[in-house]
Design a protein around this ligand. Structure first.
Ligand SMILES: [Zn+2]
Ligand SMILES: [Zn+2]
Length: 336
């Protein structure tokens, strides 16, 4: 079967031929992949290819699909079930795994690689979709689970003036879920993301500001002279943190969902002390995030979100998909 992989000789990616994976352990299931969303992480691998430990790495981890085969002890599913799956597995034994924080496990391993036709994963990391949830919407499950984990870490109450900075898929999903919790949400982005801001506003009814046209600090202080209750940073940027420390009201909360890829940044820590701010980070997702996601699917609370899937490509057209994402022509692109 064909798969999109990062390879030593690729440029940096290429389509390779691999054997169909087989169930080798009793607790595994085999999933026929329906489609996979291109993640910001995949795009960053495309733009700045990392050094590979192996000769090839199959990419893709935001997928939905259907069970086609079960290991002898994988009794929670049946063939034909529509499913989603986590993208990594904890060791199951450490302190974090035993307490449900598999995202913090020091031995966490990827169990993904879904830009292809089939994948084999341990049953424990697979979740059955409610009958009413479409496989298209479910492609957003992995980033949604990340956002749910981040929102759980944040003291977010109904009515909180909440600013989400960075209108990529993660930012838009954060704004949507915060809005669902009853927060008064403003999504902030720059002219380079104008198209994404328009999708968020026109298709999802979110309040947005283009910070190149409107001073977001003034805009927020006009709504509440004390400032924002909560800010989510969704791009891993020093500038966003600077901005957040300025516009948060005393006692407010900042949550970072982006990554800085190893670069150290300078922040005015004294503001955190003097304003008594709560600052937290959130990385990836844990089983609880997925279970809560299933409840939102079941209530049909997330159906509108399938509108952020702005383009669908066949796997062979992967290059066009990545180039369009690079130019920010797409919001969430999916390879089928
Ligand atoms: Zn992702
Ligand atoms: Zn562990």
């Amino acid at each position: 079967m064909r798969a999109l992989a990062l390879t030593k000789n690729g440029n940096p990616f290429e389509i390779i031929n691999i054997d169909e994976p087989q169930i080798t352990k009793a607790n595994q299931v085999k999933i026929k992949i329906y489609g996979t969303g291109i993640c910001g992480g995949d795009l960053s691998d495309y733009l700045n290819p990392p050094t590979l430990n192996s000769s090839q790495l199959i990419l893709g981890h935001e997928y939905s699909g259907e069970i086609v085969e079960l290991g002898a002890k994988a009794t929670n599913f049946k063939v034909g079930d529509k499913v989603i799956a986590e993208s990594s597995a904890g060791c199951e034994e450490c302190f974090y795994c035993r307490n449900g924080y598999t995202n913090l496990c020091p031995d966490r391993k990827g169990i993904s690689g879904s830009f292809t036709d089939y994948i084999v994963v341990p049953e424990r990391y697979v979740y059955r979709l409610p009958a009413e949830t479409s496989l298209d919407l479910a492609i957003l499950s992995e980033p949604l689970a990340c956002v749910l984990n981040g929102i759980e870490k944040t003291q977010l109450r109904a009515g909180d003036l909440t600013v989400v900075v960075g209108p990529g898929p993660l930012g838009i999903l954060t704004a949507f879920l915060a809005d669902l919790k009853g927060a008064a949400v403003i999504l902030v982005g720059r002219s380079s993301s104008q198209k994404r801001l328009e999708i968020a506003h026109n298709k999802l009814n979110l309040e947005v500001i283009n910070s190149d046209l409107v001073d977001p600090g003034k805009y927020i202080k006009k709504i509440n002279s004390y400032g924002a209750d909560v800010v989510f940073g969704c791009a891993g940027s020093e500038k966003i943190i600077d901005f957040a420390l300025k516009i948060l009201k005393k006692g407010g909360s900042y949550t970072e969902l982006g990554l800085f890829h190893g670069s150290k940044i300078t922040i005015d820590f004294e503001k955190i002390v003097k304003k008594e701010l709560k600052v937290t980070g959130a990385v990836s997702h844990r089983p609880d995030s997925w279970n809560r996601l299933l409840k939102l699917y079941k209530r049909n609370d997330l159906n509108e979100l399938s509108k952020i899937i702005s383009s669908k490509y066949e796997l062979k057209n992967w290059k066009t998909a990545f180039e369009n994402l690079k130019e920010r022509k797409d919001l969430k692109a999916v390879l089928y």
